[in-house]
Design a protein. Sequence first.
Length: 149
Amino acid sequence: MLKDVYNESTSVQLQSAGTALSADADSTAVDLWDYPGGHGGVSFYAMVGTTTETLDGSNYWEVRVEESDDNSTFTAAPNADLSNYVTGTQAVAGTFALIDAAAEDDLTYSTHYHGSKRYVRVTCDETGTGGIAIGILAIIGGKTYAAGA
């Protein structure tokens, strides 16, 4: 099977990387029913900038996927519905990036959501103080074709 990512997917910027976050922030939600012909899922990319704050076990950022049936009430996506997630004492369900050390900023983190909810978004949660720029990109789609089709 060949995947035609370019022609059968859509990229959507959900949160600009140009603005430093200084508090919790929710990205724009993606309505997975808005894409004609169905979808293969959605991949999220979090482009994390460099920060001057001290990151540690009490001063950190979590980036996680949330899901909703109604685009109003969101809950953390279960780890089973993600291709990549973080576990541990600080990470809650749906977390795909935990930035709690200087070596973990200025990186890109990604995950793929394959759950069943109509609406999904990314939330960036701060514990502690300080700011960091986190841009969020969604790639929606990815149909599968037989070779030669």
